[in-house]
Design a protein around this ligand. Sequence first.
Ligand code: HMG
Length: 429
Amino acid sequence: MTDMTKNVTENPIAANAEVGIDSLALYTPAFYIDLVELARKRGVDPDKFTNGIGQDQQAVAPSNQDIVTMGAAAALKALYFSGETEAAGFHDVGLLIVGTESGVDASKASALFVHDLIGLTPWCRCLEIKEACFGGTAALLTAYDYVKAHPDKKALVIAADIARYGLDTPGEVTQGAGAMAMVVSRDPRLMVLEPHSTAYSASIGDFWRPVYTDMALARGKYSTEQYVDFFGKVWKRYGQETGRTLADFAALCFHLPYTKMGMKAFKPVLDAWELLDEGSSGSLRKEPTDRLRDRYRLSTVYSRRVGNIYSGSLYLGLLSLLDNDPSLQEGDRIGLFSYGSGAVGEFFSGILRPGFRQVLHSDHTRAMLDKRFKLAIDSYERVFQDVVPYGPEDFTTTRQLLDKTNPFILDRVEGQERIYRRLGDSPRW
Ligand code: HMG
């Protein structure tokens, strides 16, 4: 986002407009597995999954759900939370971007399927954007630029993914499924995005997915090392560029492939801060690090139950923090670290707006998670293998696992085309 405002300085309204996230919504499928049960089935000590990795549950997407249906469900919620209604026609939305690494077509943007399902006006730019888990941030920052340049318009951002590594692989415990959606607007009610950010990119082979499979390949240990290294680099440079330190932040949120990951990167920075010599006293500086550690934990509450949703994972962490920390206040600065394998790391920030809690629908989000159905591990293994094939054959999706909280399904693949259906009216959120 560096220098974004320079592009629009000829437009005084745009240059002065505060732009950011007006609403934020999660959709995750109504099915999950218990990771203690998975550990037992795999012959692993459950403490490894719950403490070593930091995951308790994992969302499971049946074959009738994909990034389009999940993204559409999250998008409708975000639009409603933003005060838009289907009846009014969503006319303000001039841009729809889906950030994903689980694309359903190599050519057509998933945003077009979503656009159709949720009934946006045709006078809207639709596209899909990709850079592993960084895709959601790429979409958000592109939307920021768009609204800066078109302050009378809104942008709809979707970050949706299904993380699949394979049964009985080291990555299995870090799978997940879900979509985050954000409405980006001028004078946002949730969080103003600040213009400065620091990005770092390098072509590395830590995690990738060949085009003939829906299962990712990862150099697990190497990927965690790279994540830590990228955070260290962007945090240091961001500090040099802005003069900000930990003391300037109420909380930091991280991309969370599993909930222990962000803290692996954060801990060295927290430890270094505590050890800084405070003048002649030499005492440890525990403030603000205790608060930041506690808020990190609150940012992981939802991810512990959903798992890795790749491009949406950072924003799931942000929603978790906002929903679970009653002590956050308007004016608080939240730092956001986005990491996408391959790899890109970027650190940026936002400021909470007055009345931001009114835009959150915390009870809805908690109820969505609490009302999910637990699958036995044998059932999950069957669901995992019931997927649209990588081949030209027709495929009909399951009717046994229908999620009543999502009106959209992938019905079938016929003649190599995906056919989506809306089963009923939108639930009222
Ligand atoms: P692993 O090799 O099975 O696990 O794979 P481990 O042996 O490293 O153990 C994990 C932790 O559990 C360790 O703690 C162990 O000590 C601990 P740590 O050293 O990390 O602090 N442990 C125990 N704790 C308590 N009781 C026990 C016990 N046993 C062990 N009995 C790995 C773990 C994450 C590598 C694997 O799941 C994997 O490959 N996941 C996929 C890759 C991944 O998530 N990488 C993260 C960074 S890359 C990223 O974030 C991008 C990504 O989201 C993709 C994208 O950008 O699109 C992945």
